[in-house]
Design a binder for this molecule. Structure first.
Ligand code: SAM
Length: 231
């Protein structure tokens, strides 16, 4: 059984896909997708030896060697162009996910959908998608075991709207998540606001140099903007 977080990623893999799960660790997601006939072929990519071995072991235990190819390598290096139509990258920071996509751009040529699950810093992924012609088609936010996770689903932008634009708050908070404003979303941003407020309190105690004043101004603006978005 998958965690709710990975189950949510799984739900966005299109039926009958060929897929790659990058940073797969235990390879639970590709094995599950094959066992449930969601995917016809899967690649589990891992750059670190320990998690790579654990993926190899899991695939063997499940008897799925003919359907799940476990490969060791950095990011999208493990893929040949056109090999898969859906790529999942879950359980990492948004900046790392965006850098994996940027470095492996040419491997994405034939991919139709990316299902990305950043643990933090999801704005890096949204900016990257905007700049590289991928449209966000769905977003989820959920809480599991006291942690809050986001899932961003993207597909190639149609030529008709090459770069569907997002404003600053949509990049930071997520266009669909902002629209929905569910409990997990409110909790995440309330926590962020508390953190920024305590940074602001610290800055209040510091000497009022130009640098401190500028930091305070930027922080206050961000706090106000997020508060307003939460209304
Ligand atoms: N995807 C699984 C999940 O969501 O449960 C595992 C997440 S685990 C926290 C992150 C994994 O990404 C680690 O096993 C790490 O070795 C792997 N990783 C980090 N950077 C990577 C990269 N550039 N290429 C491939 N794997 C990477």
């Amino acid at each position: 059984k998958l965690s709710r977080r990975l189950e949510c990623v799984y739900n966005y893999i299109p039926e009958g896909s060929t897929m790659a799960d990058i940073g797969s660790d235990h390879a639970y997601l590709p094995c599950y997708a094959i066992n449930h006939k969601k995917a016809s072929f899967a690649i589990a990519g891992e750059v670190v030896e320990g998690p790579y071995q654990s993926a190899v072991d899991q695939v063997k235990r499940a008897g799925l060697q003919s359907k799940v190819s476990v490969r060791k390598g950095d990011g999208l290096d493990v893929l040949s162009p056109g090999e898969v139509d859906c790529i999942t990258i879950a359980g990492m920071g948004g900046a790392l996910i965006a850098s994996i996509l940027e470095r492996g751009k040419e491997k994405l040529a034939d991919s139709k959908r990316l299902v990305l699950q950043p643990n933090m810093g999801s704005e890096h992924i949204r900016s990257w998608c905007l700049q590289n012609g991928w449209d966000i088609i769905a977003e989820e936010i959920l809480e599991e075991d006291g942690k809050i996770y986001e899932i961003i689903v993207v597909e190639r932008a149609l030529p008709a709207h090459v770069s569907k634009s997002l404003n600053e708050m949509e990049i930071l908070m997520g266009p669909f998540l902002l629209e929905e404003k569910n409990e997990a979303f409110k909790k995440k941003w309330t926590q962020e606001l508390d953190q920024w407020q305590s940074v602001l309190n610290q800055l209040d105690k510091a000497l009022n140099s130009d640098e401190v004043l500028n930091k305070k101004k930027a922080l206050i603006e961000r706090i106000e903007a997020v508060k307003e978005a939460l209304l």
